[in-house]
Design a binder for this molecule. Structure first.
Ligand code: GLN
Length: 196
């Protein structure tokens, strides 16, 4: 298995380490020529606004748009989820996304850095709970008809309201999380994304 990790910004090294743990070949994708012969792609966490700028600068935006629409298996985590989402709330004016996953995400929707948190969550398809680390994470506010919610978390927002929020979603060949499985070093969603 040969999986590309978009390596422009963010925690791509953690993803590459997890892929190595699975015995797979991880490819750091920094330019279009690195996209040849991949079985899947990972969009890592980090800062989506910066990832937008660097995707343009590296010439990756157009070839990546083609790849993610081609049915290639894709896993996106946190900022990676934002990069794949159909609609972004709270994005910078010039922010764009690949619009291939029919969800709406609100950037930093769980609050600021101080509101970062961890939780054990049950994920459909996994036998035991997964440790989920949320760092300035996006909130999925809307899920399209053809998108399946694989996990959700009950969260009390700053205004006191408590709501069940989707945190792992699957649509077509794409799985995305609002947390960081690469930081808790749990490879099961990578397995699910690329071997289902
Ligand atoms: N808040 C970041 C963004 O908007 C995402 C944070 C993360 O990936 N941990 O891109």
């Amino acid at each position: 298995m040969r999986i590309g990790v978009i390596a422009l910004q963010g925690d791509f090294r953690e993803h590459l380490e997890l892929l190595a743990l699975l015995g797979w070949q991880g490819v750091a994708v920094k330019e279009p020529s690195h996209l040849v012969g991949l079985d899947g792609l990972v969009f890592p966490g980090g800062e989506s606004t910066t990832q937008c700028i660097l995707s343009e600068a590296s010439g990756l935006r157009q070839p990546l748009a083609t790849e993610v629409r081609s049915g290639l298996p894709v896993l996106g985590t946190c900022a990676g989820l934002i990069m794949l989402a159909r609609t972004i709330i709270g994005g910078r004016a010039d922010q764009w996304s690949y619009e291939v996953l029919d969800v709406t995400v609100m950037r930093n929707g769980f609050g600021r850095q101080v509101r970062s948190f961890e939780a054990d969550i049950a994920v459909r398809g996994l036998e035991t709970p997964m440790r989920a680390i949320f760092i300035r994470a996006p909130v999925i506010t809307q899920v399209g008809e053809k998108v399946e919610t694989l996990a959700s978390v009950r969260y009390q927002f700053v205004d006191g309201a408590s709501r069940e929020v989707p945190v792992v979603v699957a649509g077509g060949s794409i799985i995305a999380t609002s947390f960081h499985p690469e930081v808790s070093r749990d490879p099961r969603l990578h397995e699910l994304a690329f071997t289902r």
